[in-house]
Design a protein around this ligand. Structure first.
Ligand code: PLP
Length: 357
């Protein structure tokens, strides 16, 4: 298979895809695919409950939290969070570190009195703010931030202290290393980077936050109703949940998030070290804010971008183009991207530099 550096939908572990392929026509002797089964039946309920439990185990989530899954990806959460949390007071504070923060802010502004607690815009969004720069209103209902900006490649190296519940969009860094969930009010993550198929979003929400929804919140968007109905308020995306469940099992066999964290640190360090010693490639992000998952880089001569991408594709290094809004290159090196893919990329970059540098 190709080495897939796509930012999302992203690479999935080959073993997971092979297992899904084997079970596609006949899931565990049932004579049918999961997609053909009733979600009220034992098999689908087991898949759903096991996936939730495995995520709970992987992140050591306490019983103070509900784990639910919903649809509409992370973008739908940009609306669901204010709808579910701003029932009594509509003040929501945001840290702005780039494009995904801005999308969350824009959508929340439909419902919320938004205040920007910190912004790194003056740096061109090339760093995370320091704790001292984050000013949260005492009467805000929550503080939202994006721990990993997928497009800018900027990741927080710390969890911000907040006087109000902390809400985090972990779409692109969930399960990439150990996490202290107890520091958060709510964590959400679109599945298509480190977990599974797109369209599904995982939400880990502290139970005491479940009773403050706006009255107009649609049932299907309500965290409380979703939790109460075990994420099966309507027909759930069973096949996607099954795929996520396979990835959770795979992560467990790899040694969980502690082992993934070590591998991810090694992968990222190798790539950043190579870029830093090169005079041909560059990464603009402050060293203490560099993402473990998304490594943007530019070529000294951007006229060579197209050639770089074409030659990379030709040797099976796929999807290295930067986001359409920023250009350049980006290597997304999520959990399912093996270390040898990063080594192959570095070798290719070194050869390209030798030829054109
Ligand atoms: N938030 C972050 C940090 C992302 O990287 C993405 C990427 O797709 C999204 C939100 C949007 O997710 P979705 O496409 O699932 O709505």
């Amino acid at each position: 298979r190709s080495f897939n550096f796509c930012a999302g939908p992203a690479a999935l572990p080959t073993e997971v895809l092979e297992q899904a392929q084997q079970e596609m026509l006949d899931y565990q002797g049932s004579g049918m695919s999961i997609m053909e089964m009733s979600h009220r039946g034992k098999m689908v309920v087991d898949i759903s409950e096991t996936a939730k439990q495995d995520l709970k185990d992987l992140l050591s989530v306490s019983d103070d939290y509900e784990i639910i899954y919903m649809q509409g990806g992370a973008t739908a959460q940009f609306s669901m969070i204010p709808l579910n949390l701003l029932g009594k007071n509509n003040k929501a504070d945001f840290v702005n570190t780039g494009i995904w923060s801005q999308k969350a802010i824009q959508e929340a502004s439909r419902y919320a009195d938004v205040s920007i607690a910190a912004t790194t815009e003056s740096s061109g969004f090339t760093r995370a703010p320091e704790q001292g720069e984050i000013n949260v209103r005492d009467d805000a209902v929550y503080l939202h931030y994006t721990p990993n900006e997928t497009i800018g490649g900027v990741e927080f190296s710390y969890i911000p202290e907040s006087p109000v519940p902390l809400v985090a969009d972990m779409s692109s860094n969930i399960l990439s290393r150990p996490l202290d969930v107890s520091r958060y009010g709510l964590i959400y993550a679109g599945a298509q980077k480190n977990i599974g198929p797109s369209g599904l979003v995982w939400v880990i929400v502290r139970k005491d936050l479940l009773d403050q929804a706006m009255e107009t919140t649609p049932s299907i968007m309500s965290y409380a109703l979703t939790a109460k109905n075990a994420s099966m308020l309507n027909t759930p995306p069973s096949f996607s949940v099954y795929m996520c469940g396979l990835v959770f099992k795979w992560l467990k066999t790899q040694g969980g998030v502690a082992a993934m964290g070590e591998i991810n640190e090694r992968k990222a360090a190798r790539l950043y070290n190579f870029i830093d010693q090169s005079e041909f490639f560059a990464n603009p992000v402050a060293k203490d804010s560099r993402s473990l998952m998304n490594v943007p880089f530019t070529l000294r001569n951007s006229d060579l971008d197209k050639q770089f991408l074409a030659e990379a594709e030709a040797v099976g290094l796929r999807n290295l183009a930067g986001h359409r809004s920023v250009g350049g290159m980006r290597a997304s090196i999520y959990n399912a991207v093996p270390e040898r893919a990063v080594d192959a990329l570095i070798q290719f970059m070194a050869d390209f530099e030798k030829q054109h540098g």
